[in-house]
Design a protein around this ligand. Structure first.
Ligand code: NAD
Ligand code: ZN
Length: 230
């Protein structure tokens, strides 16, 4: 299928980064099955960020930022496929920035990135150090609270990013869906724009789209992609 395809798009989720040591949300060892004072869905919501900013940042610094995580075999193979002119875009729900770090140029980060942060008052942008080199609630020189440029629950997705992702998915001949439970909307819904030849899924656990795929591999995404010869 890879050999027969000219424009491949990869649509991924948290499972793409578990082999880099970043936990996903819904696996048994994922964040949703660990115990916190509040459920993670609540902590990662816009309301919680506004009302309990300090608690948000305690969780966020501890669980969402993994500075020493490195691209794994999945990220590296995708960068190789792009370089070879086979892969046209990566569409990801991840916020860890690992696809860009691996060298991919066309990456649509549907849920933003921990590497971008901005002042909610004056709009000034900050890198990840503004969060990691501070304690409590990080603030700007102007006194405004700094917010990560990641999409929290209750927040909408960036329009340009969605449009770019839809265009890539609608125009590709092969779509590989990997490491995602396909339960987070609207991200998961973007797959319906696919009109190409091969719909492939690589995921450890079964998902609701298994039945619609031309090929389903229930395995690790890094190990699986690593077997592709470019
Ligand atoms: P999810 O946690 O809902 O589902 C992850 C899926 O990946 C599961 O079905 C699991 O079986 C599978 N999986 C885990 N490890 C795998 C591996 N090595 N190989 C193949 N499959 C594997 O993740 P989701 O669907 O992406 O939704 C979670 C949301 O959480 C996303 O919106 C994302 O923004 C966010 N999130 C991001 C990160 C990150 O940036 N790395 C980490 C956790 C959560
Ligand atoms: Zn400011």
């Amino acid at each position: 299928m890879i050999n027969d395809s000219k424009s491949i798009v990869f649509f991924g989720g948290a499972g793409v980064s578990t082999e880099s040591g970043i936990p996903d949300f819904r696996s048994v060892d994922g964040l949703y099955n660990q115990k916190y004072d509040y459920p993670p869905e609540q902590i990662l919501s816009h309301t919680f960020f506004v009302q309990n900013t300090k608690e948000f940042y305690d969780f966020y610094r501890d669980k969402m930022i993994c500075l020493d995580a490195k691209p794994n075999k999945a990220h590296l193979k995708l960068a190789e496929l792009e370089k070879a002119g086979k892969l046209t875009a990566v569409v990801t729900q991840n916020i860890d920035g690992l696809h860009s770090l691996a060298g991919n140029k066309k990456v649509y980060e549907l849920h933003g990135s921990v590497h971008r942060n901005y002042c909610t008052k004056c709009g000034k942008f900050f890198g990840i150090e503004a969060i990691t080199n501070s304690t409590g609630v990080p603030t700007c020189e102007c006194g405004g609270v700094i917010k990560p440029d990641v999409v929290l629950y209750e927040e909408g997705l960036d329009n340009d990013t969605i449009q770019g992702a839809v265009k890539a998915i609608a125009g590709c001949d092969m779509l590989i869906i990997a490491g995602t439970s396909m339960t987070v909307y609207p991200a998961a819904g973007l797959v319906r724009y696919f009109r190409g030849k091969y719909l492939v899924e690589i995921n450890r656990d079964p998902t609701a789209i298994d039945d619609r795929c031309d090929l389903v591999i229930h395995g690790k995404v890094g190990e699986t992609l690593d077997k592709i010869e470019v």
